[in-house]
Design a binder for this molecule. Structure first.
Ligand SMILES: [Zn+2]
Length: 450
């Protein structure tokens, strides 16, 4: 009876936008109890884009095998392309619906988008802060063909989450397709990752099956290179938000290859989670309202999104001391991921030629290190930090200019002076010489102190 009643409501109310009133969304009774079809999702994302153009851009990543659009909603304060301080916004990528019979996972992707869109409209300051500094890219329903007939597979009976080009078909697995990316849905998803969101610092792929969050690897039982980052997130979620198990996918579930999670981490270098919402499959609706049922999961998502700034290494230099040809500096990591093979470089500003670079160094999560390298014999250059955002080989490299206004650069070229004064009065040495060194490096002889 309940199912029939819902179908009636859907027919009477849910379809009205198609008749020309695109701003009216489904009434909550339908939205909260009835899982999305491709058609109702299409109406909802179009209504969002029409109602909230300042924060919602609607685009397509490609088409399913049957030609349905793979809608991606891009949510941010689009009146500004950067953060207020001019730096690049953080980027979050989310997808749902790899498996067409895992509707709660698809709905969690939908609810995440809805939370930020409705929060913006309501003037929620936390949401405004996130959308001012962050871009959310959400592909809610990847397997729209399978979704509408409530099946795991796509049109070609392929398991889309075994079809990615990361150790494709190298373990006992369900139907992985004829080759990696043989299916239009997975090819489109990987194209979107590579071309639109290669800078993402969080990728969450949403499923239904066992209540668990899985981080890489599925292929191997080993912990990933960035285990510190994943374990740190696990511990914070458990302390503050939810008891949901958070494990390496291979151990937490079973060995699986060619997944979007392993591809997202192993090839793209994203910190990646598979979010399995529940054990329910094969149902078309829920008696408990979705926003109640998935409230705890949404809280975990808010935590992951609110803190995306931390999901990489964030190096800053606090002081550079140059004694003769030796450069000493302290580097601090404010992020929650480690990095190695980092260098401090001194560049010709016009040609980008590297005039000098430090020895490679490693900085662990929320720690600092001191580095000392000789061979410095340059002038009129600029300082730059070059490092990978995470340990995994595929992690993105960043080149970040060192803001000399924030750095005390001490140039000393007379050892005898150091023995007489510098060791006993380092503070005045820093204060005086750092300013002189920045403005006029050639004047930074000891005599300038007097
Ligand atoms: Zn799944």
């Amino acid at each position: 009876m309940r199912g029939i009643a819902l179908v009636t409501i859907l027919l009477l109310a849910g379809f009205t936008p198609a008749l020309g009133n695109a701003t009216a969304q489904q009434p909550d009774i339908v939205q909260e109890q009835w899982y999305h079809s491709y058609l109702t999702l299409t109406l909802d994302v179009q209504a969002w884009a029409e109602d909230s153009p300042e924060i919602v851009l609607l685009t397509v990543a490609g088409q399913t095998e049957l030609g349905k659009n793979l809608w991606v909603i891009q949510i941010s304060d689009w009146t500004q392309n950067t953060k207020p301080d001019g730096t690049q916004k953080e980027i979050v990528y989310i997808d749902g619906g790899h498996h067409g019979n895992e509707h709660l996972g698809t709905e969690l992707a939908f609810l995440t988008a809805e939370y930020y869109i409705e929060g913006w409209a309501a003037g929620d300051q936390d949401v405004i802060d996130v959308l001012t500094t962050t871009e959310l890219h959400i592909l809610i329903m990847l397997n729209a063909d399978g979704n509408d007939i409530d099946t795991r597979w796509n049109l070609n009976q392929v398991d889309l989450n075994r079809n990615y080009d990361h150790y494709w078909n190298t373990c006992p697995t369900t139907q992985p397709g004829s080759s990696a990316f043989s299916e239009s849905e997975t090819l489109a998803n990987s194209n979107y990752m590579n071309t639109v969101v290669p800078d993402a610092d969080l990728y969450v792929t949403m499923h239904t099956g066992v209540w668990i969050m899985l981080y890489p690897w599925g292929k191997w039982p080993d912990q990933p290179s960035d285990w510190e980052l994943f374990h740190g997130i696990r511990d914070e979620v458990h302390t503050n938000i939810s008891d949901i198990p958070i494990q390496n996918a291979n151990q937490g579930l079973y060995p699986n290859c060619g997944t979007s999670r392993d591809y997202g981490y192993g090839v793209m270098g994203f910190p990646t989670f598979t979010f399995e919402t529940d054990d329910e499959q094969w149902l078309l609706g829920t008696i408990e309202p979705l926003s109640d049922r998935l409230g705890e999961e949404l809280d975990v998502m808010k935590y992951l999104i609110d803190n995306v700034w931390y999901w990489r290494a964030r190096l800053t230099i606090e002081e550079i001391t140059i004694e003769n040809d030796v450069v000493n500096f302290d580097v601090v990591n404010d992020g929650r991921a480690s990095t190695r093979n980092a260098t401090l470089q001194y560049l010709n500003e016009e040609t980008d030629e590297i005039l000098w670079q430090s020895n490679n160094f490693t900085v662990n999560t929320t720690s600092s290190t001191s580095v000392s390298t000789n061979g410095f014999n340059s002038d009129n250059g600029v300082w730059r930090l070059s490092y990978q955002k995470r340990i995994i080989n595929s992690a993105q490299w960043v080149n970040e200019t060192v803001d000399e206004a924030l750095v005390s650069i001490i140039k000393v070229e007379d050892d005898s002076f150091l023995l007489g004064y510098g060791l006993f009065n380092p503070f005045s040495l820093i204060m005086t010489l750092s300013v002189v060194a920045i403005l006029k490096p050639e004047l930074s002889e000891v005599e300038t102190l007097e």
